[in-house]
Design a protein around this ligand. Structure first.
Ligand SMILES: NC(=O)c1ccc[n+]([C@@H]2O[C@H](COP(=O)([O-])OP(=O)(O)OC[C@H]3O[C@@H](n4cnc5c(N)ncnc54)[C@H](OP(=O)(O)O)[C@@H]3O)[C@@H](O)[C@H]2O)c1
Length: 337
């Protein structure tokens, strides 16, 4: 057993931060010292880790003194504090979108492009959650048949918008059932018994920023700017686990059977594809799991050489916390800290 590492979690009180704590424990990540950081609102709050009660501190530059690995799950605070953590000698693994498209920052999904961590300059970005969930199955199919075009529609859980969004769905559901008025706060409209085709801000080109993240981040992770991607991202009243309907066009035709076989052998993927036996991925059952689940694999009857897939995965786990901890494990294994 190697040595332990000093670890900080920024945003430890949030949805992703809490999940990072769970994943570190489950994977027996070698932690020698754990510092939990959040906004000043959470100063002094206690959080259980293993058999201890840890006290949350305010995230500020001094808090990174002596830290080797800093997980960032505090949203926009990354912009100011990631450089401070790096200055103090930590490697920052950042869940925010701040650095993802910077050419000098590796954007890493361990099943897809682990080698990109080599030569890092202190910051490694965790991709957008919907992007991670999509690229895990795209990668082996791209290797086998070279993907030319992707059309994806997402069905994204409310927890993708953080802790308060979960509370909002639960509260609104009760209010609607009780015939009480609903006052949306986190989302622009009522999300209970509804869906909202709008995630993050809209760009001038008519796409939302979430949709453009899926385009630009996928091209960066797969090192292929030729891949054409068209995304529609939608918030649905599901607590946890994003789902995606993905249509791919490959240069070399892949049959559904070939795709099923390739995916079943690929890391981090569970193929759940037996329509007759009513087996297909669903968010209720992919929640709290680390793998990406793929099913409904079928030929696109409207276009030769295209396949349809239905994919679901827990975006708080594989789409955020698990992916970040896996990156840290790669850094340790490759002596890159
Ligand atoms: N949710 C997902 O599925 C998901 C997936 C991938 C990436 N992400 C990204 O992960 C990050 C965290 O998301 P989340 O869903 O966990 O949000 P969340 O549940 O709203 O949690 C936000 C966290 O950030 C902390 N925070 C807010 N302002 C801060 C400040 N000024 N200084 C230090 N900490 C501050 C909060 O602390 P307090 O409790 O003190 O307010 C809380 O711990 C975001 O960048 C998000 O885009 C989220």
């Amino acid at each position: 057993m190697g040595r332990g590492f000093s670890v900080a979690i920024v945003g430890a009180t949030g949805a992703v931060g809490q999940e990072i704590l769970n994943v570190l424990q489950e994977r027996k990540f070698p932690v020698s010292d754990l510092r939990l950081l959040a906004s000043s609102r959470s100063e002094g709050k206690k959080i259980a880790y293993k058999n201890e009660e840890l006290t949350v501190r305010t995230a500020k530059p001094e808090a990174f003194e002596g830290i080797e690995i800093a997980f960032f799950a505090g949203g926009p605070v990354s912009k100011e504090l990631v450089p401070e953590a790096v200055k103090k000698g930590a490697v920052a693994i950042d869940n925010s979108s701040t650095f993802r498209l910077e050419p000098w920052v590796p954007l890493v999904v361990p099943e897809v492009n682990p080698e990109d961590v080599e030569g890092h300059r202190g910051v490694i970005a965790n991709p957008n959650c919907s992007t991670i969930i999509m690229v895990v199955p795209l990668k082996p199919l791209h290797d086998a048949g070279r993907i030319k075009r992707v059309i994806v529609s997402t069905y994204q859980a409310v927890s993708g918008a953080g802790r308060e969004a979960i509370d909002e769905l639960l509260l609104q559901t009760k209010q609607v059932l009780a015939g009480e008025p609903v006052r949306p706060q986190v989302f622009p409209y009522q999300i209970a018994f509804n869906l909202i085709p709008h995630i993050d801000v809209f760009w001038e080109n008519g796409y939302s920023k979430e949709e453009m993240k899926m385009v630009l981040e996928t091209q960066k992770i797969l090192h292929d700017e030729e891949i054409k991607i068209s995304a529609t991202t939608v918030r649905v009243p599901v607590i946890r686990s994003h789902s995606e309907s993905i249509n791919i066009e490959t240069e070399k035709k892949l049959t559904p059977a070939e795709a099923r076989e390739i995916l079943a052998k690929s890391p981090g993927i569970v193929v759940e594809d037996d329509p007759a036996g009513l087996k297909y991925p669903m968010p209720l059952f992919t929640s709290y799991r680390d793998e990406v689940f793929v099913g409904r694999i079928r030929a696109d009857l409207s276009h030769e050489g295209c396949l349809n897939l239905w994919v679901a995965a827990d975006q708080l786990r594989k789409g955020a916390a698990t992916n970040a901890v896996q990156i840290a494990e790669i850094l340790i294994n490759r002596n890159l800290l």
